[in-house]
Design a protein around this ligand. Structure first.
Ligand code: ADP
Ligand code: ADP
Length: 237
């Protein structure tokens, strides 16, 4: 479970990007956050994995007391949280499989990753992750040779290979065309449902949110202004 209590984030310049947020997200929920640019969506997502510190308030993420974590605690938290980015953040010159194996960095001894020798078990996990987004046939292709939609599917597979409890996706479809955006949202929804992974997705567009979310949260100027079911929630009941 993720629970914000009276959480505030004020940046150095004085911008209040999160204002008195009270929000509880249950295990396995598929939540979409909508709001204009600057509404505080990224701030919320980055708070969950401890990248943005709260100025005040409480935040519990799966039992981690986020504002009071030491280095070891922060590392433990981040190993449980898979991240998906707008710009995919793939390493272009290496293969799809190697990119997905980077999701195993928390679990594999560093010396093995440095010499590129991953245990077979980790390669199997990476292959299964690629299979979930139906791109396992491109495992040995360089990431640079993929389309945008395929790159984001690899981004999803990399997050999955981490075997996370939570997936955070910050504007994952912002650089994709509408049909491709639907495909990516569909995979994210499926993965959340089938594997029970709590998923938070930031989006600009409400139409994608209503199509796929169990729950939609609206932010404006750092404030929660809407919290209600998406139409996908009906299918579950
Ligand atoms: P996005 O809206 O996609 O998050 P931004 O352009 O807002 O992209 O942010 C890009 C980076 O710049 C982020 O790391 C963000 O934290 C940082 N950033 C955004 N606004 C400011 C600001 N006013 N001062 C300093 N850093 C900022
Ligand atoms: P969104 O993701 O909805 O576009 P953000 O969370 O990126 O919103 O930003 C919320 C507000 O905080 C914006 O006004 C942005 O400029 C500001 N901001 C974001 N990151 C930083 C930062 N690192 N330093 C200062 N201001 C920031």
């Amino acid at each position: 479970m993720i629970r914000f209590e009276q959480a505030n984030v004020t940046y150095a310049g004085g911008v209040s990007a999160m204002r008195n947020l009270d929000l509880e997200i249950a295990d396995g929920e598929f939540v979409v956050i909508v709001g204009l640019s600057g509404a505080g969506k990224s701030t919320l997502i980055r708070a969950v994995n401890g990248l943005v510190p709260l100025t005040s308030g409480n935040l519990d993420v799966n039992g981690h007391d986020v504002p009071n974590l030491d280095r070891k605690g922060r590392r433990a938290l981040r190993s449980e949280v898979g991240m998906i980015f707008q710009g995919f953040n793939l390493v272009d010159r290496t293969t799809v499989l190697n990119n997905v194996l980077m999701g195993r960095l928390h679990q594999v001894p560093t010396w093995r990753t440095l010499i590129g020798k991953y245990p077979q078990a980790d390669i199997d996990i990476a292959a299964r992750a690629l299979d979930r987004v139906e791109i396992v046939d491109r495992a040995y292709v360089r990431a640079t040779n993929l389309s945008g939609g395929q790159r984001q599917r690899v981004g999803i597979a990399r997050a999955l290979a981490q075997e996370p409890k939570i997936i955070l996706a910050d504007e994952p479809v912002a650089s994709l065309d509408p049909p491709t955006s639907h495909v990516v949202m569909k995979y994210l929804q499926q993965i959340s449902r089938e594997l029970g992974i709590t998923t938070i997705v930031n989006l600009h567009f409400l139409d994608l949110a209503t199509a796929y979310a169990d729950r939609i949260i609206g932010l404006r100027d750092g404030e929660l202004v809407f919290d209600g079911p998406g139409s996908a929630a009906d299918e579950n009941t």
